[in-house]
Ligand binder design. Structure first.
Ligand code: GLV
Ligand code: MG
Length: 325
C-alpha cells in the first residue's frame, strides 16, 4: 500500500537525540533552539493539555518560522487519528510553516491506512500551498499492540516515512505491563521485557530502509539509568532515543555515536576495501588489514559505523597506508 507522495529526499538524518518540547510553552521552545539535539519535536499531543492545543498550533508555527533551528531536524507531533484534532493540527502547522518543517510525527499508529491518510493530506496541502510535493517526512510511533502487530505494513505504507519510533509509556499501558517506571524492566521478570518489541520495530524499520528510534526515559535525573536503557537500544542497532531534559541530550549523542576507535577502524576498512578492489590494488575481492580479513560483508558493516560517525560530525584520527606488495 502506498500514498501518492514521491520525490528523492535524504531521509537518513542524524537523530541520536530527539528532544521533546511541549508546543504550548514558548519558553521551552526558545530554550530548545540552543541545545545540541539532532532533532527537536514540538508536541501537540500528550505534552499539551486539551485546552492548550488550539493555541499551541499557532505558537509552534511562530516558533518554526521565526526561531533559529539551524542544524536540527524539525518535527511536529500531531494528535493521533482517533482524536478529532489531527486534521487541524496538520493543516494549521503545515500551511503555516511547511517550508520550515521536516517531518510530522504521528503517534499511536495502528495500521498502514493511518499513514496513507496522513500522506494524502500532506500532499493536498503541499499542492495547494505550492510547496515541494513529498518533501515533508513522516515519523510513525508504535505505542500499542495493534501497531506492533501491523508494524511491517506500517513501515512500508509511504515513501514519506523516515522513522519508526517506540513509545514505551503508551505501549506499557496498552499491554497491561506491570510497571509504572517507563523504560525500566517490570519487577518479577528476569529477562529483557522489551527485547521482542524493540527487535520487531528494528526489523520493520531496516527492511524498509528507515531509522529506528527508542522513546522516552522518564527518570530525567537518573543519568546511569538513561545510559543503560539507551545503550541497550544502541547495541541492537537503534539510531537514537528521545530526550526529555537538557541533561539527557549529550548522553544520547554519546551513546548513539560510535567510539573514536570504532569510527577510525571503520574508515580504515573502507579505505582498505576500496584499495584492494581497485586497479592499483589488483582488483581483489578481499584484503588484509593488519590481521583482519576484509571483504564485501566487512565493508557493509564498516559503512554503518562510518555513516553514523560522519553523521555525528566525527573526524578521523587514522590514515590508510597502501600495503607493501
Ligand atoms: C511516547 O509517546 C510514549 O508513549 O512513550
Ligand atoms: Mg505516547
Amino acid at each position: 500500500m502506498t500514498g501518492i507522495a514521491a520525490g528523492p529526499v535524504n531521509r537518513l538524518r542524524p537523530r541520536r537525540s530527539c528532544l521533546a518540547v511541549p508546543g504550548s510553552n514558548p519558553r521551552f521552545l526558545e530554550k530548545a533552539q540552543g541545545l545540541p539535539a539532532d532533532q527537536v519535536f514540538l508536541d501537540l499531543e500528550d505534552a499539551c493539555a486539551p485546552l492548550a492545543k488550539e493555541g499551541a498550533r499557532h505558537t509552534i508555527v511562530d516558533a518554526l518560522n521565526n526561531g533559529d533551528w539551524t542544524g536540527k531536524t524539525r518535527v511536529v507531533r500531531v494528535n493521533d487519528w482517533t482524536t478529532h484534532w489531527t486534521y487541524r493540527d496538520v493543516i494549521t502547522v503545515v500551511e503555516g510553516a511547511g517550508p520550515n518543517l521536516d517531518c510530522i510525527m504521528l503517534p499511536k499508529v495502528q495500521d498502514a491506512q493511518q499513514i496513507v491518510s496522513l500522506d494524502l493530506l500532506l500532499t493536498q496541502i503541499e499542492k495547494t500551498m505550492g510547496f515541494e510535493v513529498g518533501r515533508i517526512g513522516i515519523e510513525a510511533q508504535i505505542e500499542n499492540a495493534k501497531g506492533l502487530v501491523n508494524v511491517d505494513d506500517i513501515a512500508a505504507a509511504s515513501p514519506r516515512l523516515e522513522t519508526i519510533v517506540f513509545g514505551p509509556a503508551d505501549f506499557m499501558a496498552s499491554i497491561n505491563m506491570k510497571s509504572l517506571v517507563v523504560g525500566e524492566q517490570p519487577p518479577g521478570y528476569s529477562a529483557d521485557a522489551y527485547h521482542y518489541i524493540l527487535m520487531r520495530i528494528l526489523m520493520a524499520a531496516r527492511a524498509n530502509d528507515l531509522q529506528a528510534i527508542d522513546g522516552p526515559y522518564l527518570q530525567i535525573r537518573n543519568e546511569d539509568g538513561y545510559r543503560e536503557v539507551a545503550g541497550r537500544a544502541a547495541a541492537l542497532g537503534f539510531d537514537g532515543k528521545w530526550v526529555l531534559h537538557p541533561g539527557q541530550v549529550e548522553l544520547a549523542n554519546e551513546v548513539f555515536s560510535p567510539s573514536q576507535e570504532d569510527y577510525d577502524h571503520a574508515e580504515l576498512i573502507l579505505d582498505a576495501y576500496d584499495y584492494c578492489t581497485s586497479e592499483a590494488g589488483g582488483k581483489k575481492g578481499s584484503a588484509m588489514l593488519g590481521d583482519e580479513m576484509i571483504d564485501e560483508a566487512s565493508r557493509k558493516m564498516a559503512l554503518v559505523v562510518a555513516g553514523k560517525g560522519r553523521a555525528a560530525g566525527m573526524t578521523r584520527h587514522s590514515k590508510f597506508e597502501i600495503p607493501e606488495a
